[in-house]
Design a protein around this ligand. Sequence first.
Ligand SMILES: Nc1ncnc2c1ncn2[C@@H]1O[C@H](COP(=O)(O)OP(=O)(O)OP(=O)(O)O)[C@@H](O)[C@H]1O
Ligand SMILES: [Mg+2]
Length: 174
Amino acid sequence: MELEFTTSSPEETKKIGRKFSGILSPGDVVFFLGELGGGKTTFISGTAEGLKIKENVSSPSFTLINTYDFDKDGINLKLVHCDLYRIDNLKDIPDIGIEEYLYDSKSIILIEWGGFIKEKVCKEFLEIKFEYFFEDAVSEENFETVNQKRRITFLASDVCWAKKIEMFKDNEAI
Ligand SMILES: Nc1ncnc2c1ncn2[C@@H]1O[C@H](COP(=O)(O)OP(=O)(O)OP(=O)(O)O)[C@@H](O)[C@H]1O
Ligand SMILES: [Mg+2]
């Protein structure tokens, strides 16, 4: 199942990220793929906000993994944010400690640029793709507006994620 959005500003992308936090549960794995500067980190900072995480989320480019503690229904959970832009092969993965979180039932793991490990993850995951979206011709006058458009696509490849995406789509309250 696929679900598509177009946003016209970083704030709009953040808002979708915030709403997305409403369907996340411990153990979830989400891959954020797509173009450089597509809005992945912006989206994730909205998700962190939605989970009531107070710290500012920025891209863990140097550390590769950032973790944030939060409480849901009285249970202490972790949001794990990875940026694997600099990693391009599987053999480096155990070194950065990602496996410790992938199968941890108290972590929600959001991975930027991790396409190459998708096939190795032995559980279902959601993919979210970020693209620049040039609907109109770009001129000097409208550059800023046009340049702020993004196409965000949720790609659910299993029944569980498809159901969660349906919930996301239908529930205005989330
Ligand atoms: N509609 C939009 N949604 C998200 N970001 C937008 C949008 N319009 C403009 N931007 C800008 O684009 C940039 C997106 O940066 P961000 O770090 O979120 O992308 P990214 O996909 O994580 O990048 P990277 O590929 O480097 O990890 C920010 O500077 C943001 O302000
Ligand atoms: Mg990023």
